[in-house]
Design a protein around this ligand. Structure first.
Ligand code: 5GP
Length: 245
C-alpha cells in the first residue's frame, strides 16, 4: 500500500497539525508531536512528485539513526523515539521557517550563484540560510534579512552556525568511516523554551552524499537528475544499510 494512505490510521487517533510534501505532523501529547514520513519524493519546489514504496520507512529510520548519532555527540535534537516504523515521536518545537545549509564541497545551487567550480572544497565549510518559501524558490537570506523578518537574531544565527559546524564534524567523520563523502546538508531549527534545537529530518532528501573514490551519487540528486524510481529506492536503502552496519 502507498505511504500516503497510511496516515489515515494516525489521523483517526491524533489531530493533524501540519502537512508538508514528505511528512505529516500530528499532535501526540502536550509536549510531543508525531512525525509521519510519507512515501513521496519531490523536486523543483514540489513541481515534480512521485511515490517510492517504502521510502517513508527508510527515511524515518535514517533520520532516527542520525539524530541518535548527534545526540551521542552532545547535540540537541527533537528526536525522542519511534511510534512505529515510519513515525517518529519528537519534542514540540516552534519551528523557524529557515533552511540552514552547510557545504563542504561545491555543488547544487551555489555553483549557479557564485563564480566557483563544481567539486571545489570549502575550508572552512560555507554556511547559508534560505527562507522556506516554495513560491519564491527559497531565497537566500543574510543576517539583516533574518533579523528584519523576525527569524533569527544575529546572535541566534551565529549559534546556529556553531551547531551546524559541530553537526558537520560528527556527520562528516562518521560517513567517511562508512566510505561516504558528505558534500552538503540542510537542517531546520526550532525553539524549545529559550533554546534552539534541531528539528525536521536528516535524510538523503536533505543532504548530498557521494561514495568515496567512485563519487557515485547516493542522494536525492539521483531523482533530481531523472534516475528511475527503483534506482533511487535502492540507493536510499543502501545508504541506510551502510550507516547502520
Ligand atoms: P542546494 O542549495 O544546493 O540546492 O541544496 C543544498 C543542500 O540542502 C542539499 O543537500 C539539498 O538536498 C538541501 N536542500 C536545499 N533545499 C532543500 C529543500 O527545500 N528541501 C530539502 N529536503 N532539502 C533541501
Amino acid at each position: 500500500m502507498g505511504g500516503e494512505n497510511r496516515g489515515v490510521d494516525l489521523g483517526t487517533r491524533f489531530v493533524k497539525v501540519a502537512e508538508g510534501k514528505t511528512k505529516v505532523v500530528y499532535d501526540y501529547d502536550a509536549d510531543h508531536y508525531l512525525l509521519y514520513f510519507k512515501d513521496t519524493i519531490t523536486a523543483g519546489d514540489g513541481a515534480r512528485r512521485d511515490v517510492i514504496e517504502g521510502k517513508g520507512v527508510i527515511n524515518a529510520q535514517t533520520s532516527a539513526f542520525l539524530f541518535k548519532l548527534l545526540e551521542s555527540s552532545g547535540i540537541e535534537t527533537h528526536y525522542v523515539g519511534m511510534y512505529d516504523e515510519r513515525t517518529m515521536i519528537v519534542r514540540k518545537l516552534r519551528m523557524v521557517p529557515v533552511e540552514v545549509v552547510l557545504r563542504n564541497i561545491a555543488t547544487g545551487s551555489i555553483v549557479k550563484r557564485l563564480p566557483i567550480r563544481e567539486g571545489e572544497r570549502f575550508d572552512p565549510p560555507i554556511i547559508e540560510f534560505f527562507l522556506k518559501d516554495d513560491a519564491r524558490h527559497d531565497p537566500l537570506l543574510n543576517y539583516s534579512h533574518m533579523e528584519y523578518l523576525g527569524l533569527f537574531t544575529r546572535r541566534e544565527a551565529e549559534q546556529v552556525e556553531e551547531v551546524m559546524r559541530r553537526v558537520n564534524d560528527a556527520l562528516y567523520n562518521f560517513l567517511l568511516s562508512k566510505g561516504l563523502i558528505l558534500y552538503d546538508f540542510k537542517l531546520e531549527f526550532g525553539r524549545l523554551g529559550d533554546r534552539l534545537v534541531i528539528g525536521d529530518e536528516i535524510t538523503l532528501d536533505a543532504m548530498r552524499v557521494r561514495e568515496n573514490g567512485t563519487l557515485r551519487i547516493l542522494d536525492k540528486d539521483l531523482y533530481r537528475k531523472g534516475a528511475d524510481l527503483e534506482t533511487v529506492r535502492r540507493s536510499y536503502e543502501e545508504f541506510l544499510r551502510r550507516i547502520t552496519s
